[in-house]
Ligand binder design. Structure first.
Ligand code: GUN
Length: 419
């Protein structure tokens, strides 16, 4: 048994903060949470790790990022989505045919995720099977858990980054067969987006999703030109989401990144199917895709969690993603004429979207939940500029806006301390 002592701050529900000042997390030997206490239990026969005045919070979940885009952070940001993909992204991803290069970049990425307090991810790899296995290995070794997808793309790529339909299906099977060796990193089917995948490939992936009971991730309604393109490719579908639904890829637990331009009908289809939204405000601003209607999604009861979308997003930090979500929602609120149904996100809400919301995708309870394996970070704000004495909620706000990874003093994943 182990006890972690500090100021416990979590968000068990949207807009709700749970704070236990100078509280304790009591852990079983396997690193799962036995209890949450206001003080160290008397006569507890346990090692106490005292983090003093630091904040102990759930670690971050990044619901969507592109591992092979890590070398191009902050590049091509003056281009809209499709030009950015064609000019920078496909060329960068093509380099992952080289396994030594993949090993070097993915080792660094896994390390940097932990340094930023992210212990759970839903991640896109590239189309390369072997590099995807390297990525899964590096994440697992570093203690990053979650889902990784070998990307499928058999059309509209580039000469150096495209598969044939048969190759794509065959390589997906080879990849799935090799995934059995991983414990905490699991496969997720990843058709890149509708313009990248022929009907025959989508159909094959839909069958695999059913046969292997696999989750699915892709992109939806991110950018105007993309939506027009999908309309031209699928004149039989009234809306973008139907191009996934047609092939059995629109189902409970499917994650759709962006959904910036999803209207009431598309959102209703998400809600009734149990499809998740990965909200990436940094990326949506960088590629000037627009501002997603997050308040409406939340009011309508959709499952939404925050994502960096690196490298559309230019930072791994989920502190940054949380602040960006608030900023973007404030601009949307302002330009809506300050309509109540567009009310901006608050700090506790953005914190919830960066932690508990995504935790639930992985089957964990919200906040610090008894019985769950501990995923937590310890934040020490003593390096920030001195201020008057602050309440834990004020300190959380300052840490989110300061977005300084030096404040992350400890990271625990699956009950194991990594930093
Ligand atoms: N749509 C298709 N591929 C991508 C990608 O790599 N990033 C983003 N943001 N959108 C996409």
């Amino acid at each position: 048994m182990k006890i972690l002592k500090g100021n416990l701050v979590s968000a068990p529900a949207l807009g709700k903060l749970e704070i236990v000042e100078h509280g304790c997390l009591v852990l079983h030997d396997d690193g799962s949470i036995q209890s949450v206490e206001k003080a160290v239990p008397q006569n507890a026969d346990a090692e106490v790790i005292d983090y003093g005045d630091s904040l102990i919070m759930p670690s971050f979940v990044d619901m969507q990022l592109h591992a092979p885009q890590y070398p191009m952070l902050g590049m091509g940001m003056d281009l809209p989505l499709i030009d950015w993909l064609n000019t920078y992204t496909f060329k960068t991803e093509a380099r992952f045919a080289d396994l030594d290069y993949a090993r070097r970049i993915y080792r660094r990425l896994a390390h940097d995720l932990i340094a930023n307090g992210t212990t759970r991810v839903c991640m896109f790899s590239s189309l390369h099977t072997d590099a995807t296995l390297v990525l899964m290995e590096e994440l697992e070794n570093a203690g990053v858990t979650g889902f990784v997808g070998k990307v499928n793309m058999d059309r509209n790529g580039s000469p150096e980054l495209q598969e044939t339909t048969e190759q794509s299906k065959r390589e997906t099977l080879r990849w799935l067969d090799a995934c059995g060796r991983f414990q905490t990193v699991k496969p997720i089917l990843t058709p890149r987006f509708t313009p990248s995948c022929s009907d025959a490939l989508m159909e094959g992936l839909g069958r695999l999703a059913e046969e292997y009971e696999l989750p699915v991730q892709s992109h939806l309604s991110e950018n105007d030109a993309e939506i027009e393109w999908v309309r031209a490719l699928h004149p039989d579908c009234a809306q973008y989401w139907e191009t996934y639904a047609k092939f059995g890829l629109w189902k409970r637990g499917t994650i759709m990144a962006h959904c910036v331009h999803s209207d009431a009908r598309e959102r209703a289809a998400m809600r009734s199917a149990g499809v998740w939204v990965a909200h990436s405000p940094d990326s949506n601003t960088n590629l000037y895709s627009g501002v997603a209607p997050v308040r409406k999604m939340l009011s309508e009861g959709l499952s939404v969690a925050l994502a960096s979308d690196v490298a559309g997003g230019a930072k791994l930090s989920m502190l940054h993603a949380a602040a960006e979500a608030i900023r973007a929602s404030k601009l949307r609120y302002y330009y809506s004429g300050k309509r109540p149904d567009e009310a901006y996100l608050t700090v506790p809400e953005a914190f919830y979207l960066a932690t508990s919301a995504g935790q639930q995708y992985f089957g964990a309870g919200p906040g610090f939940c008894v019985g769950d394996s501990l995923h937590a970070i310890v934040l020490d704000d003593s390096a920030l500029p001195p201020s008057r004495p602050l309440a834990p909620a004020e300190r959380l706000e300052r840490l989110i806006y300061a977005d300084d990874s030096r404040t992350i003093r400890a990271v625990i994943s699956e009950g194991r301390r990594l930093i």
